[in-house]
Ligand binder design. Structure first.
Ligand SMILES: NC(=O)C1=CN([C@@H]2O[C@H](COP(=O)(O)OP(=O)(O)OC[C@H]3O[C@@H](n4cnc5c(N)ncnc54)[C@H](OP(=O)(O)O)[C@@H]3O)[C@@H](O)[C@H]2O)C=CC1
Ligand SMILES: CC(=O)[C@@H](O)[C@H](O)COP(=O)(O)O
Ligand SMILES: [Mn+2]
Length: 392
């Protein structure tokens, strides 16, 4: 019997998650196929990927000259502001890998869900911003499967034994997100004040894109993940906890009403959660290596130091109030991280910039998409102005 195709559209194929997804799809082989890929600034890489995987469609989302993109015959080029949405909703696509960084991935994620696709979601910012619209997003049968390692772990713990997420959720007492603690886990605030860009990019356990690496260093990544968990699992912020686990082997845990805690363990390699989001509910052999049990491992847990890492308190506030708060804090964070990476503000200015934007905005609990996008632009401008004031 012929097996039906499993066509994957990889939005953000040139990035860290995008490349890991290509590895996974290539290794799964037939019936899995790379149907579409997108890239933004890395035009040569996009061309290389297209020549290796011969997708039906390649999207170039930046203003870069498409003439420099060397595509194979048979690959159709998409450009312009609607290219990602066009790829995400194409009838041939079975699964959309949302691997764009930042708010830029929001519209295509929403469109894919509205078109009833399975969305493998790495792009946590899309949910942090668009979380209030999440129920509407799923109404046409679209499925949201977590790729973020913590959320994949929680999803796996809650659905273990083949139950549905809704069944697993009934008896949950706490979702316990683990954090590596980032490169500054043992640094004082004074040391962090003088942290260089290279210091902040040096993640102890994961090799990731620049923006998420800085987020891990401020622990805003964990904050965004708290908000992501709140929307993804439709669970109140009060039922979410964070614990520091420097080895990044326990990817997260779920505590049930009887006090039992389930955890998901594997070496830090995104190919496992990526594959699970694609093949769920099936488990298949994966190219990510399993945990080596022939050697000794220390698996340690520590409480979060909220004084040194104020991003978490801020994120819990956002997760509690919902509405427009996620859009504002996410945009402020994206802008502040970009300013830090550009050498214009200090590492320790990032979280205060987010706090300032959150406090200067008028909260609304039931925003439209247009309002969320408007506030995204407002918060970026607000942080930009704030940073100019600091330099004056
Ligand atoms: N890396 C990881 O291990 C993990 C990442 N995530 C999340 O996954 C997402 C991707 O992260 P990561 O792969 O590390 O990031 P990268 O920076 O490595 O890749 C980002 C991708 O998005 C594209 N992109 C950037 N800006 C735009 C834009 N304005 N419009 C369209 N496309 C754009 C990039 O294209 P180009 O490179 O061509 O410019 C690239 O393909 C993030 O939301 C991150 O938080 C979650 C868990 C783990
Ligand atoms: C791989 C992944 O999911 C990242 O989000 C990772 O968790 C980052 O590490 P931190 O725990 O340091 O934020
Ligand atoms: Mn994560």
């Amino acid at each position: 019997m012929a097996v039906s195709t499993r066509n994957v559209a990889i939005l953000g194929a040139t990035g860290s998650i995008g490349r890991a997804t290509l590895d996974v799809v290539r290794s799964l082989g037939d019936p899995w196929a790379v149907w579409g890929v997108s890239g933004h600034s890395r035009v040569d890489e996009l061309g290389q990927i297209a020549r290796q995987d011969t997708p039906a469609v390649a999207a170039l989302t930046s203003d870069a000259d498409p003439k420099s993109l060397d595509l194979p015959r048979g690959t159709r080029l998409l450009t312009g502001p609607d290219a990602l949405v066009e790829m995400a909703v194409a009838p041939e696509v079975d699964v959309v890998m949302a691997a764009i960084v930042g708010r830029a991935g929001l519209e295509s994620t929403l469109a894919a869900l509205e078109a009833g696709k399975r969305v493998a979601l790495a792009n946590k910012e899309a949910l942090v911003v668009g979380g209030p619209l999440v129920h509407a997003m799923r109404k046409n049968g679209g499925e949201l499967l977590p790729v973020d390692s913590e959320h994949s772990a929680i999803f796996q713990c809650m659905t273990t034994g083949g139950g549905t997420l809704a069944e697993g959720k009934k008896s949950v007492r706490k979702l316990i997100l683990t954090s590596s603690g980032g490169p500054f886990r043992t640094w004082t605030t004074a040391q962090m004040r003088n942290a260089s860009i290279d210091d902040a990019l040096k993640h102890p356990t994961w090799n990731m894109g620049r923006k998420i690496s800085i987020d891990s260093a401020t622990m805003m990544n964990k904050g965004l993940e708290v908000i992501e968990a709140r929307w993804l699992f439709d669970i109140p912020a009060e039922k979410i906890e964070v614990v520091v686990h420097p080895q990044s082997i326990i990817h997260s845990m779920v505590e049930f009403e009887d006090g039992s805690i389930l955890a998901q363990l594997s070496p830090p390699d995104m190919r496992l959660p990526i594959q699970y989001a694609l093949t769920y509910p099936e488990r298949m052999p994966c190219i990510a290596p399993p945990l080596d049990r022939s050697r000794a491992w220390d698996l340690t847990l520590e409480p979060v130091d909220h004084d040194r890492f104020p991003a978490l308190k801020l994120a819990f506030e956002v997760a509690r109030v919902g509405g427009t708060a996620g859009s504002v804090v996410n945009a402020a964070n994206e802008q502040a991280v970009a300013l830090f990476l550009d050498g214009q503000i200090r590492f320790t200015d990032i979280v205060p910039a987010c706090r300032m934007a959150l406090e200067n905005h008028q909260h609304e609990s039931d925003p439209t998409l247009q309002r969320l996008l408007q506030l995204d632009r407002w918060a970026r401008a607000e942080v930009q102005r704030w940073s100019c004031g600091m330099q004056a």
